[in-house]
Design a protein around this ligand. Structure first.
Ligand SMILES: C[S@@+](CC[C@H](N)C(=O)[O-])C[C@H]1O[C@@H](n2cnc3c(N)ncnc32)[C@H](O)[C@@H]1O
Length: 407
C-alpha cells in the first residue's frame, strides 16, 4: 500500500505508518506531494494513525511517470508493507518479535532530561531498533505521539515489531533527520516537546546489515545507512585519488597515518570487502595504544564520508532547535569528538544573545538566544552501564532547552 512520500522538498521521504505490518506483498503505492492533485491531507493521512485517512489514500491515482521520476530506489521488495484491512487483521496481531540486537545507551539519563510527559509530542531522530523510542512512548501515552525517524529501513522494520503495541501513538518514518522541518510541516505540527539524537551506527547495523560496517566481516564495502541512496564505501575506496582519501582519513578519522593508508589503499585496488580493507590498513597503520583495531579510524572516516554525517548532524540539530516548543528539550548522544564538537558549539552559539566577534563593540549580528544549556558538564554512562554495554563507553550526552521568551 502506501510507502513513500514524494514532495516538493525532494524525493526520498518514505513513510511507514506504524500500524502497517510487514512481510506481505506490496499492494500499491501512494505519492504525497505539495503539488496538486496530491495536496496536504494525503500527507496527513500518511502520518496519521487513522484508518480513514488511509482509506482515502487508496483512491489517489499515481501517474506512471511520477513513479519513474522517483525511481525504483524508493520501494524495494524488502520494504513490503501492508495496510491492515478486515481480511488481514490477524497479521496485525502477530508481528514477528525477536530480541533487539542493539542495547540503547544512557536511556535513564535521556528520559530524565527530556522530562517526557503524557500527551507530549516527541521526535526520536535515530530510532534504530526503537530502544529510546519505546521508553519515550511508555511515558507519553495515552495521548502523546512519537515520530521515530531512521535512514535505515531495515532498522525501522525491527522497530515496527517491537513498538507494535504503541502503534496508535507512533509514526515510523524512513528518512534522514535533516528533514525534521519538512516532516513537521507535512504533519501540520508546529513544534515538539522533546527531540533525541542517538548518533552513529547501531549494533544491528554492525553485526547483521551485511553492509561492511564491521572490519571483521566478509561483506561488500557499502556502509550506507540508507542503502538506497548516495555513494558507497566502495566508490570512495576504489575510485578516490590519494589526496582525497587522505583528506577523508585525516578529517573524519583523525588518522595520523592518513597518507600512508591512502597510498596503500590505492595500490591494492580493487578492494571488495570490509575484511580486505581492514587487512590492508592493518599492514600500514600502527597498533593503537588503546587496543583498538588499527582500521578503526579508517572505518569511522569512510562511514562518516559515505553518509555525510557531520553535515547532516549540523542541519538536523539546527532544525531540531527551531522545532522545539518553549521549554522543550533536545538531547544528543554522540560517540566521538567530531560529533560532540558540533553539538557543543551549536548549543553554545544558540545559548548566546550575540555571536559577534569580541573585537566588535556594538552588536551587528542580530542573533537571538534560543537555548539554555541544561548539561553544564557532559553526561557519560555509569561504570555499571559501561560494563553491561561496552559499546556505551565513548557515549556523551548533552541536553539543551528552548527558552520561553526569544526576544
Ligand atoms: C546508535 S543507532 C540508534 C539506536 C537507537 N537509539 C536504539 O535504541 O535502538 C543510530 C541510528 O541512527 C541512524 N541514522 C544515522 N544517520 C541518520 C540520519 N541522518 N537520519 C536518520 N537516521 C540516521 C542509523 O541508521 C542508526 O539506526
Amino acid at each position: 500500500m502506501l510507502v513513500l512520500g514524494m514532495n516538493r522538498w525532494g524525493c526520498g521521504t518514505r513513510i511507514i505508518p506504524s500500524q502497517f505490518n510487514l512481510g506481505h506483498p506490496l499492494s500499491g503505492v501512494c505519492l504525497a506531494s505539495s503539488d496538486p492533485p496530491f495536496q496536504g491531507p494525503s500527507i496527513l493521512g500518511l502520518l496519521s494513525p487513522s484508518f480513514t485517512y488511509l482509506d482515502a489514500l487508496k483512491s489517489v491515482h499515481v501517474p506512471e511517470k511520477a513513479i519513474r521520476h522517483i525511481g525504483g530506489r524508493l520501494i524495494s521488495a524488502a520494504e513490503r508493507i501492508v495496510v491492515p484491512t478486515e481480511s488481514n487483521t490477524e497479521s496485525l496481531d502477530a508481528p514477528i518479535l525477536r530480541s533487539p540486537i542493539h542495547t540503547p545507551v544512557l536511556v535513564t539519563e535521556v528520559l530524565e532530561f527530556l522530562l517526557v510527559k503524557s500527551g507530549g509530542i516527541y521526535i526520536d531522530c535515530t530510532s534504530g531498533e526503537g530502544g529510546h523510542t519505546e521508553e519515550i512512548l511508555r511515558r507519553c501515552i495515552p495521548d502523546g505521539h512519537v515520530f521515530a525517524l531512521d535512514s535505515d529501513s531495515d532498522a525501522l522494520k525491527a522497530a515496527t515489531a517491537r513498538l507494535h503495541r504503541y502503534r496508535s501513538n507512533l509514526s515510523l518514518i524512513c528518512t534522514s533527520y535533516n528533514q525534521i522541518s519538512t516532516l513537521l510541516a507535512l504533519a501540520k505540527i508546529s513544534s515538539a516537546d522533546g527531540i533525541v539524537f542517538d548518533l552513529g551506527l547501531s549494533s544491528l547495523q554492525l553485526q547483521q546489515s551485511g553492509r561492511g560496517f564491521s572490519f571483521s566481516k566478509t561483506e561488500p564495502l557499502d556502509m550506507r545507512f540508507d542503502a538506497t541512496n548516495g555513494p558507497t564505501a566502495s566508490d570512495i575506496v576504489n575510485h578516490y585519488p590519494v589526496d582525497k582519501l587522505t583528506h577523508i582519513l585525516r578529517t573524519y578519522g583523525q588518522e595520523p597515518r592518513a597518507r600512508f593508508i591512502a597510498r596503500a589503499i590505492v595500490q591494492r585496488r580493487p578492494i571488495y570487502t570490509a575484511v580486505s580493507l581492514a587487512g590492508i590498513v592493518a599492514t600500514t597503520a600502527k597498533q593503537s595504544r588503546k587496543g583498538l583495531h588499527p582500521a578503526t579510524r579508517t572505518f569511522q572516516a569512510i562511514r562518516i564520508a559515505v553518509n555525510d554525517e557531520l553535515r547532516n548532524l549540523q542541519i538536523g540539530l539546527d532544525q531540531a532547535i527551531s522545532a522545539l516548543k518553549p521549554g522543550g528539550r533536545v538531547a544528543v548522544i554522540s560517540y566521538h569528538s567530531l560529533e560532540d564538537r558540533i553539538v557543543k558549539q551549536t548549543f553554545q552559539r544558540e545559548s548566546k544573545e550575540c555571536i559577534c566577534s569580541t573585537e566588535i563593540l556594538r552588536c551587528v549580528c542580530g542573533h537571538k538566544q534560543q537555548l539554555q544549556i541544561i548539561t553544564k558538564k557532559i553526561i557519560t554512562p555509569s561504570s555499571n552501564e559501561k560494563i553491561r554495554n561496552p559499546r556505551s563507553r565513548s557515549a556523551r550526552l548533552r541536553v539543551a532547552e528552548r527558552i520561553h521568551n526569544i526576544s
